[in-house]
Design a protein around this ligand. Structure first.
Ligand SMILES: Cc1cc2nc3c(=O)[nH]c(=O)nc-3n(C[C@H](O)[C@H](O)[C@H](O)COP(=O)(O)OP(=O)(O)OC[C@H]3O[C@@H](n4cnc5c(N)ncnc54)[C@H](O)[C@@H]3O)c2cc1C
Length: 402
């Protein structure tokens, strides 16, 4: 395809990833980001083999492997020690693992790739509207500055996207539960190569993800997640740090050293979860497409959001390079991504109440049945493939694993 003028809204995960690939392909790329300064927001992330495949394509994987923590297994137990989940990537294929990454490491790598490839990044630009002008699109920010014209606009403004209002067929819902997280120093702790979670009923959960270093020579980190309904957030803060620490230690007495690193609840950040979907993920009357959480936000129960955003970026760029027109490329992209995104949207929607909800009666079948079921070879394989990010449907897997 000819060289295009491409405008991207959002410099989180999908934005800089797609910018890097498209700018390398010879397109003129501009990223508009609302934050006044570029820096990552959020806790550690678990990058799956699907996401690593994209990082490899971008030439970023080797460096990120030196910064991240290799995760070999997922270990979920009740507070009484009963196993609920015990999944090792190597049971699927000996070379497989997950990569716990500090968001700073991923963000710096993606942003560096985008700017080195020539993408222009404009900060402090909150895009408020999209103006369609024939085959070109302009964007207007909150200071009424106009950006463009662009031959293609990629909206990657995240789970709280204000621009998805332009997509006629979308739905979005906020989950009643989210998580409080903080990033601690991992030195001297026992958490190694494992994403571990402890549950009591469906309304208490603490999780620990070794998340590597934000940059070379920094200390190794671990991201700690505490499940909380968003409506209980103010009450939780009012009860204070000691009350939370007592409750957290009842669930995870082995995390004493980690939890003592928190000096104030101000160091903990609350993240809301959203469930959104959109079909098609592009506009019929304009060259505008939605990527990442803007198109398909989901709870992080399966740890797939950033991975899906990376796969979106690569596959959109591939469709643009193989199709002769932007419109055809967007249509093919939408068709091509539907099964992968659909599977994980449905799976995380289905799974979330078993681990984060007020539906406490679900805890009993979960505690009694999930682990024995996961020992059944076929079911175990499905669970592992789901974790690795490669499921395209109940009975199909993506090429990364074939
Ligand atoms: C607690 C938590 C844990 C998670 N753990 C994992 C995990 O382990 N593995 C995983 O794969 N995923 C995980 N996720 C999900 C993952 O963070 C997201 O799916 C991923 O970051 C989505 O990337 P994105 O580029 O679509 O959106 P974002 O990364 O949210 O980026 C959106 C960007 O758009 C900018 N923006 C927003 N509005 C505008 C506007 N109007 N104009 C200009 N700029 C705008 C924002 O400032 C931001 O920079 C987790 C999420 C949460 C909340």
């Amino acid at each position: 395809m000819r060289s295009l003028r491409i405008g991207i809204v959002g410099c989180g995960t999908a934005g800089p990833a797609v910018a890097a690939i498209l700018a390398r392909g010879g397109h003129a790329v501009t990223i508009l980001e609302r934050a006044p300064e570029l820096h990552p927001v959020g806790a550690g992330l678990l990058i799956q083999p699907t996401g690593m495949h994209v990082l490899q394509h971008l030439g970023l994987l080797d460096d990120l492997l030196t910064l991240g923590s290799r995760i070999h297994r997922l270990d979920g137990r009740t507070a009484t020690g009963r196993h609920i989940l015990d999944l090792a990537y190597a049971d699927l294929a000996p070379h497989l693992f997950g990569l716990g990454l500090h968001r700073g490491a991923l963000f710096a790598a993606l942003l560096g790739a985008a700017t080195r490839a020539g993408a222009d990044v404009r900060v402090g630009c909150t895009v408020e509207s999209i103006k369609i002008d024939g085959d070109a699109v302009k964007m207007v920010d909150s200071h009424t500055n106009s950006h463009g014209p662009f031959d293609l606009v990629i909206v990657a403004d995240g789970a709280k996207s204000a621009l998805r209002q332009y997509a006629p067929h979308h739905r979005v819902k906020r989950y009643p539960w989210g998580a409080l997280w903080f990033v601690a120093d991992r030195r001297g702790t026992t958490f190694d190569h494992t994403l571990s979670q402890v549950y009591r009923s469906t309304d208490r959960m603490i999780g620990f993800l070794p998340s590597g270093r934000p940059r070379a020579r920094a200390a190794d980190t671990i991201s700690v997640f505490w499940s909380l309904p968003y409506k209980a957030h103010d009450r939780f803060r009012a009860a204070g740090l000691d009350a939370w620490r007592r409750e957290a230690l009842e669930l995870a007495p082995h995390a004493t050293e980690l939890l003592q690193q928190v000096q104030s609840l101000d160091e903990c950040v609350f993240a809301s979860y959203f469930d959104s979907s959109m079909r098609p993920c592009y506009l019929h009357d304009a060259p505008v497409v939605f990527l990442g959480d803007a198109a398909h936000a989901m709870s992080p129960q399966l740890g797939q959001g950033a991975n899906l955003a990376l796969v979106d970026a690569l596959e959109l760029a591939q469709c643009l390079s193989s199709e002769s027109s932007v419109r055809t490329a967007l249509h093919v992209y939408d068709q091509q991504r539907a099964a992968h995104i659909g599977f994980y949207s449905r799976a995380s929607r289905w799974l979330t109440p078993w681990f984060q909800s007020d539906l406490t009666p679900l805890a009993w079948p979960r505690d009694v049945l999930m682990h024995p079921l996961s020992r059944v070879p076929w079911i175990r394989k499905q669970m592992l493939q789901s974790l690795a990010g490669v499921k395209d449907g109940v009975f199909s897997v993506r090429a990364e694993l074939k």
